[in-house]
Design a protein around this ligand. Structure first.
Ligand SMILES: *Cc1c(COP(=O)(O)O)cnc(C)c1O
Length: 367
């Protein structure tokens, strides 16, 4: 029985990667913003069509740096959603800020923008929305609210690499967007991430901040950590970026097939295509609501056949044990997010998943 995991990392051919890293044996320059790092940065600025990119060793540290660059006052409130990966909420709390959880909307599971304003107080400093599964937030409405109240907007765009809204790269919205290049994401550098921004005064500061705050041989200007992307990661990114459009096209085909098989079945809810959005088909979430099997039953049916789906996102971050005594926590405060988290399953999806296997998965769910 061949096992199917929920995802499978994209890799260039072995030869292509070896070719790319060969010169590292001549230069012996393995990290600290070397040639590969600079090359990938430039290529990504072009691909994502943004003024500036800063690369990081992972998406989480990219997000922490995207928050830190704003110098937000400690204890400030950040409006966000609990329907996300642990990283988002942890980044806010680890930055000395307070997450205030807004519910999501039922259509695309991103932040419900009609509920943001009622959560704004004198202590609100920023909005940190999450693009989920390759769908994007209502960026226009978030922009309007942020301008009206003078709030920063930091997007967790970990799921949205290459997504476009009205032909414009999604990385251009808000003050900053963070992308993750983790092995499981649409585009990977093994581990890695970046932030996108337009303010050129940030370039030097962000560079210093990710290298212990060291500005020059004898000057340290920030209390920075270490978050640099190394040359082997960057080399993987250079290779994978060559194939990214093909990868996304293949994913689209698989998603279209899933849609054909599972769309219109009573009790099974699949995500609608967003208008004006070119998705990257990062995930295929299915919500089992009133279906003959519950989400957990489907999970087990698939598992018995060696197919690993994922309860993602579940549990909500506002019900994590580590936030048990946190004043703003509690899944009951975000009922729609809770409803979806209890019923959603993301099905296996990666570029070289066979249509034969998609059919096998759908047969198991439908039979
Ligand atoms: C993957 C992910 C992150 C964290 O990225 P890493 O590169 O794994 O550190 C943050 N937010 C979301 C929504 C993610 O899916």
């Amino acid at each position: 029985m061949n096992e199917i995991l929920v995802t499978r990392s994209s890799l260039p051919s072995f030869e292509e990667y070896c070719d790319e890293i060969k010169d590292l044996w001549d230069t012996r320059w393995l990290t600290n913003m070397g040639v590969k790092h600079q090359t990938l940065q430039k290529k990504l600025e072009e691909y994502l069509n943004v003024s500036h990119i800063a690369l990081y060793t992972n998406g989480h540290l990219a997000l922490e740096n995207a928050i830190a660059i704003h110098n937000l006052p400690k204890g400030g409130e950040v409006i966000t959603t609990p329907f996300t990966f642990a990283s988002t909420t942890h980044a806010i709390v680890r930055s000395g800020l307070v997450p205030v959880f807004c519910d999501i909307n039922e259509n695309d599971y991103t932040i419900d923008t009609s509920k943001i304003e009622e959560l704004i107080t004198d202590n609100t400093v920023a909005i940190l929305p999450v693009h989920v599964y390759g769908s994007i937030c209502n960026v226009d409405e978030i922009d309007r609210i942020a301008k009206k109240y003078g709030l920063k907007v930091i997007y967790d765009a970990a799921h949205a690499f290459g997504v476009k809204y009205r032909g414009k790269s999604v990385s251009n919205f808000g003050d900053t967007s963070m992308f993750s290049f983790h092995a499981t994401k649409v585009f990977n550098t093994i581990e890695g991430g970046c932030i996108c921004f337009s303010d050129s005064t940030w370039v030097m500061r962000l560079n210093d901040m990710k290298n212990f705050g060291i500005h020059g041989p004898e000057s340290v200007e920030y209390i920075g950590g270490n978050a640099k992307m190394n040359e082997f990661q960057a080399a993987m990114g250079i290779c994978n970026l060559r194939h990214i459009d093909t990868e996304i096209r293949k994913r689209k085909k698989i998603v279209e097939h899933y849609r054909k098989r599972l769309g219109g079945v009573e009790g099974i809810k699949i995500l609608a295509e967003q208008s004006d959005v070119d998705s990257n088909y990062a995930y295929f979430p299915v919500v089992f609501d009133g279906y003959k099997y519950t989400r957990n039953e489907v999970f087990e049916i698939l598992e018995k056949s060696g197919i690993k789906a994922r309860k993602y996102f579940y549990p909500l971050t506002n019900s994590f044990g580590c936030y048990r005594n946190y004043p703003t926590a509690g899944a009951e405060k975000t009922p729609i997010a809770q409803h979806i988290a209890l019923r959603v399953l993301t099905l296996p999806l990666y570029a070289d998943l066979e249509i034969y296997d998609v059919n096998r998965i759908c047969d198991l769910i439908l039979e």
